[in-house]
Design a protein around this ligand. Structure first.
Ligand code: HEC
Length: 233
């Protein structure tokens, strides 16, 4: 099922649930071949198999998790983490309508994570329940039921981390150039729920690691942020 469609300078793409990104020439070649071979059931079946093989071949794999070191000392969130988030992230991630509703101005907001649902949506025909931090839900379970996804949990083995937070910060450190357009309300913001989805988004927009449009974190800042995800770097 197609869930996102768009275009950039090099190719049109359709993004499937499998997170496949299919270049436009492969799509058109397949479509033309089907049309010119006549509407014949056998041919359609053959090309359906060909098309699915291409999709499977193009599917993105999980990105490599980031190597981390577990800190042996206790972490002081207020002094070591909050000041950094306030300095580098809260300028965008602190309001009700923060990008991806990700509020990084308090530990509860970091823990709640992000959501794909935009707060302001001019095309919405029906009302949407409010999602005010500390008001409309009071536990992580309640936020997950309201479709908020974690940005700090990692499913990687010990010594590695594949949380969205580290992935998007690490990406910026490896791709520090601030190029192209930065619009907080661009309509192609994805708000990825999984590391595969985020990998596909960053593949398409290599300049959109975090902090968005700003220089990457310094190494010591990155190490401090790793502790938010319960690990070190
Ligand atoms: C100038 C504004 C801005 C700043 C500063 C900023 N962000 Fe973002 N952030 C965004 C935008 C816009 C998005 C949505 C991008 C997208 O479509 O995934 C985003 C998305 C994210 C996401 C992905 C959420 C998801 O589910 O895909 C994470 C994690 C994140 N930011 C963390 C941070 C952290 C940590 C910092 C500070 C080190 C930071 N951001 C600084 C604007 C900003």
């Amino acid at each position: 099922m197609v869930n996102v469609a768009g275009q950039n300078h090099n190719f049109y793409y359709f993004k499937y649930d499998t997170n496949a990104i299919i270049p436009k020439n492969i799509l058109w070649t397949t479509l033309f071949t089907v049309l010119y071979s006549g509407v014949h059931m056998k041919n359609i079946a053959l090309f359906a198999i060909l098309f699915l093989t291409v999709v499977a071949g193009c599917a993105r794999k999980s990105p490599e998790p980031i190597a981390v070191r577990i800190p042996s000392r206790p972490i002081d969130y207020q002094n070591e983490i909050k000041s950094l988030l306030d300095k580098r992230c809260a300028v965008c991630h602190s309001c009700y309508n923060s990008p991806c509703q990700l509020k990084l101005s308090s530990y509860e907001g970091v823990d709640r994570g992000a959501s794909k649902r935009p707060v302001y949506n001019a095309t919405r025909m029906t009302t949407m329940g409010p999602t005010r931090l500390f008001v409309d839900a009071h536990s992580i379970e309640e936020w997950r039921k309201k479709n908020f996804h974690t940005v700090t949990e990692s499913k990687a083995a010990d010594g590695l981390n594949n949380s969205l937070m580290l992935q998007i910060l690490d990406h910026k450190m490896k791709n520090p150039a601030v190029t192209g357009e930065y619009r907080l309300e661009a309509n192609d913001l994805t708000c990825s729920e999984t590391s595969i989805e985020l990998d596909g988004y960053l593949f398409k927009h290599p300049n959109r690691g975090m902090p968005f449009g700003f220089p990457p974190l310094e190494k010591d800042e990155f190490e401090a942020d790793c502790r938010v995800a319960g690990t070190g770097c």
